[in-house]
Write a protein that binds this ligand. Structure first.
Ligand SMILES: [Cu+2]
Length: 120
């Protein structure tokens, strides 16, 4: 009976520490980063470099554009920066996004290979 009690106490303790670990984990998840995938028009490696450079503003920890899917993966701190702020920067660099279009004049100044198809 005494042994049983000890085992019960031990199990209870283990359960408690597992619980507190899970909570800590969830909490840290809540206050860290957000990941988004957004379509950005572009063609080549030069576009990739330009888009990623424009997207890496304060609060953005990762910006990776894929020239095949035309999707940019953004990892950022939502407390510091909004998706729209990042997309506006990309548009200002000459690349259309789902939400914001690049200025025609900026687009016209892109190198020929970078002038992606804008037909809608
Ligand atoms: Cu290009």
């Amino acid at each position: 009976m005494k042994t049983f009690k000890l085992i019960a106490i031990a199990l209870f303790t283990v359960t408690l520490s597992v619980n507190s670990f899970a909570q800590t984990h969830d909490h840290s998840k809540m206050i860290t980063t957000k990941t988004d995938s957004i379509k950005v028009s572009g063609n080549c490696d030069m576009c990739k470099a330009r888009i990623e450079k424009a997207a890496k503003i304060d609060g953005v920890s990762k910006a990776e554009w894929n020239d095949e899917t035309k999707m940019i993966t953004l990892v950022y701190d939502p407390a510091k920066v909004k998706t729209d702020d990042i997309l506006k920067k990309i548009a200002a660099a000459g690349h259309d996004t789902e939400k914001f279009k690049a200025d025609d004049k900026v687009y016209a100044k892109l190198p020929g290979c970078c002038q992606y198809d804008r037909s809608k």
